[in-house]
Design a protein around this ligand. Sequence first.
Ligand code: PHE
Length: 445
Amino acid sequence: MAGESREQWNSRTGFIFAAVGSAVGLGNMWRFSYLTAENGGAAFVVLYLLLTLVIGLPVMLAELTVGRGAGKSPIQALAHYGGPRWRGLGAVFVAAGFIILSYYGVIAGWTLRYAGEALVTGFADDPGLHFRNIREGSGAFLFHVFFMGATIGIVAGGVKRGIERVAVIAMPALFFLVCAVALYAATLDGAGAGYRYYLNTDFVNAWSLDVLVDAAGQAFFSLSLGMGAMLTFASYLPRESHLPNESLLIASADFGVAFLAGLMVFPLIFALGLSGDVSESTLGALFVALPKAFAAMGAAGRVVGLLFFIALVVGALTSAISLLEVVVSATIDGLNWSRLQSTLVMGLAITALGAPSAWNIGFLEVMDKVANNLFLLGGGLGLSIFVGWVMKDPTGEVAVGAEGVPWFGLWRGLLRFVVPAFLIVVLWNSVPATLRAVWGLISAS
Ligand code: PHE
């Protein structure tokens, strides 16, 4: 790539769709609704919204600022503003991309399989047993390989012809599917009970430290923050883009879809009285309770279930693209590889790294914890300190294309004090438990 000018988005809409595509994914559809239901319903939604605005939004704007300003992938972008010492943080970002995609691809593979089954054979009669049968082993790995193949193919196409072209079709389609399923769910008899379970307000349970830790990890994961995904996408933006508006738009879309996902999941589950299957695990709701509901609804269930799992696959795909792009852009800029070579080598390495997760769900769950609670929150802390304290004139940099935004001063203050203090408290409380989980995994094997 040396000597060629950097790739760019075709249009502002293209960038927005790609960034929203990165944010909206399995995190919205799978974990948000579960966390909400378990942790105090509407009270959790309020807490989560606050976190998105006060912590997530400033970090998002920080990533976009560094990415667009430097016009480089994470490692080079941080070195551009902070000197070579900061390359380490960029390397942590790239490592996070590797780790997250390796297990994310396995979960996405399950959804792909469920979508295929809905189409060809219908949902299994005993989804609990079915899920236990398919979640681990060579079948799980095979579908992970299919999913990664699609991801690799799209990223190899480049920023405009691959990522952007897919995002501008996929995101409106996903939004349409989610709305359609939520509307259908609203017509079911037990819908009211579902909404009540989802949004039953319980401030006592919601406002505890444990819940705060989960909510913070979820916010970073869902907004794709703390590992350079937004930074990388912003590096393909022209200078005239209005970064504060873009951040707000991306964060709102992400929150909106997460909230909508709950409105589709719970009425479906409650209409058939399957709430007992939900509390088992986060994955239980998605891969056991919902398929059970779809199976019980006959022909309509099969169609709605198919649409639902297609939406999941689409959401997962546009997120996986951004995870792979972080790693690929790092090798294009850092090693001077061509896009094709980078995508193939890195994509295949990540696919292979998915093997332990595909064969062992305990491993997958620990990777998910490590990624959220160590890498993303730690990466977010590093980035907020970087932009808050190290980068020379971040406010001047955002102001390009966006003069006179009233909350610039507030933004810098949040990044310097509020975000780091908050993340230190959260990490202080989450790191020991995460390390214990890692240790448990090591000693069990
Ligand atoms: N935001 C994506 C989701 O909610 C996951 C993701 C995390 C994507 C980090 C990119 C970077 O599913």
